[in-house]
Design a protein around this ligand. Structure first.
Ligand SMILES: Nc1ncnc2c1ncn2[C@@H]1O[C@H](COP(=O)(O)OP(=O)(O)OP(=O)(O)O)[C@@H](O)[C@H]1O
Ligand SMILES: [Mg+2]
Length: 466
């Protein structure tokens, strides 16, 4: 292997041996800094990045053992290799240093060949360690970005889910304003009608019926609706009532037809009808708007609760987890993507035991797998979620009706960065992260069974994991 050049700190109180070492090191192409005592060495190590320390054991005030001890206690200095320099007859000291974590030792007087060999070996180790740290840091960043990407995908769907009820509520408020105005007008009109007690009781009943009807939206088709509207319009015209046209769509929703209208004339005079109809229809409109808005607000609360349960906010990292709940709150996160064309079948065992697990991380696994299933089916197909207990395991199955995973890639799908998705669409980390969470963190297993039209990921979690 080629020689490595490095930045070396020489710690020695003897100026002659310092000079000799420095010359030797510089000849080999290294850069060198010098410290005369232990404290100075530690100060320099904390101020500057070194690749190797050549450390004499016998130093004034703070000896080499103490320098080594302090370096090993310091996270930022722990990984710098230390080669201990000592006289040949001080073997005990050298052994102690190796036990304390020194990389190697170098006997005095120096042998340049030995110095070169040991220094190169330490430098190679240091470079490998640096690479390992850089790789680990990069991996942490990638995993973080995969999490963010999943979150990004989920939040786009969620934004849509939350926006619908919010927009409906906003629209509802506007419509309520004008419905209230119409009701007030109608009530003014009614107060001029001098209704009899019988008529008042009948009006009250009509309003109560309207209030009840508002709880269930009508299920009329467009054609039936327009036929009914035409019928009512003609009847009103025949009666010489021309001011009630704006109430016609509402009267149709209310289930009014010719029979109902005709029966009203038994109780009310024709000239009383416009105000009566206006009052009943605006009561209906107000009640249905309130119903819609209350459903919208309920939907928002449901999503926020699912989000809280999905992310296990304010909960301990490891707890008793009901995987059914995790699967359901994950489904809420995907609702808008699923609605577009995926039929979900939930087949959950009723007697499912809880598992001791990191709930948030398990949800990340369900998220990755459901995301893969929807993507594999291109947004159209059937998704089966099953849970049951079997021989000490809680089993979760996530099955889709997509094209399947070709056998030749089944062994590779858990590899980091393995993806068949176009550039920019998948990082290839979803299953790798899921594997780490299930197999390494929860001592579980993941099995795959796949053929065209049926791909099943089976996740096994131990019920009593130690
Ligand atoms: N249900 C499935 N049906 C078919 N192929 C699948 C399924 N699940 C995973 N795969 C295959 O496994 C590959 C790796 O999946 P993984 O979730 O690790 O990465 P990805 O989905 O490609 O990217 P991302 O990092 O966005 O999840 C996918 O690209 C796909 O080829
Ligand atoms: Mg994926």
């Amino acid at each position: 292997m080629a020689d490595q050049n490095g930045h070396i700190l020489v710690v020695d109180d003897n100026s002659t041996s310092r000079l000799k070492l420095t010359m030797g090191l510089k000849q080999q192409g290294h850069t060198v800094a010098l410290a005369e005592n232990g404290q100075q060495a530690l100060d320099m190590l904390r101020a500057e990045a070194f690749d190797v320390v050549l450390l004499d054991i016998i130093l004034p005030e703070m000896d080499g053992h103490e320098v080594l001890r302090q370096m090993k206690c310091d996270k930022t200095l722990r990984d710098i290799p230390v080669i201990v320099i000592s006289a040949l007859d001080d073997m005990d000291s050298m052994v102690k240093c190796i036990e304390m974590g020194a990389e190697d030792y170098l006997p005095k007087p120096f042998n340049p060949v030995l110095l070169k060999a040991r220094l190169n070996a330490s430098l190679r180790k240091k470079k490998l360690r640096d690479l390992e740290i850089a790789y680990l840091e990069q991996e942490v960043m990638l995993r973080q970005s995969e999490k963010l990407a999943t979150l990004g995908r989920l939040s786009a769907g969620l934004a849509h889910e939350l926006n619908n009820p919010a927009a409906a509520t906003q629209r509802g408020v506007e419509q309520l304003r004008s419905a209230f105005f119409r009701l007030r007008q109608a009530l003014f009109g009614i107060s001029d009608l001098k209704l009899t007690n019988l008529q008042l009781a009948s009006l009250l009943e009509l309003k109560l019926i309207a209030q009840e009807r508002a709880k269930q939206p009508d299920d009329l088709g467009a054609l039936d609706r327009s036929d009914l509207e035409y019928e009512i319009e003609t009847w009103l015209e025949d009666q010489g009532i021309d001011k009630a046209w704006e109430n016609i769509p509402t009267l149709v929703s209310l289930g009014y037809g010719l029979d109902k209208l005709t029966s009203l004339t038994d109780t009310f005079e024709t000239d009383q009808l416009p105000s009566i109809l206006a009052s009943v229809s605006s009561t209906y409109t107000i009640c249905s708007l309130l119903e819609e808005m209350s459903q919208g607000a309920g939907r928002t609360v449901e999503i926020v609760n699912a989000l809280k349960s999905y992310s296990y906010l304010d909960q301990a990292p490891i707890q008793s987890v009901d995987v059914r709940q995790g699967l359901d709150s994950t489904l809420v996160m995907f609702r808008s993507r699923l609605k577009a064309g995926v039929v979900v079948h939930r087949e959950y065992a009723e007697d499912l035991p809880l598992v001791q697990a990191h709930g948030g991380e398990l949800n990340q696994v369900w998220t990755n797998m459901i995301d893969n299933a929807i993507a594999a089916m291109d947004g159209h197909g059937e998704l089966y979620l099953r849970t049951r207990q079997e021989n000490g395991w809680v089993i979760v199955e996530i099955e889709d009706t997509g094209p399947g995973i070709p056998e030749e890639i089944q062994l590779r799908i858990f590899d980091p960065f393995f993806t068949t998705k176009p550039l920019g669409e998948g990082t290839g980390l979803g299953l790798n992260i899921s594997h780490n969470i299930i197999v390494h963190k929860h001592k579980g297993q993941i099995l795959i069974a796949s053929q065209p039209g049926q791909t099943c990921f089976q996740i096994k979690l131990p019920i009593n994991a130690d």
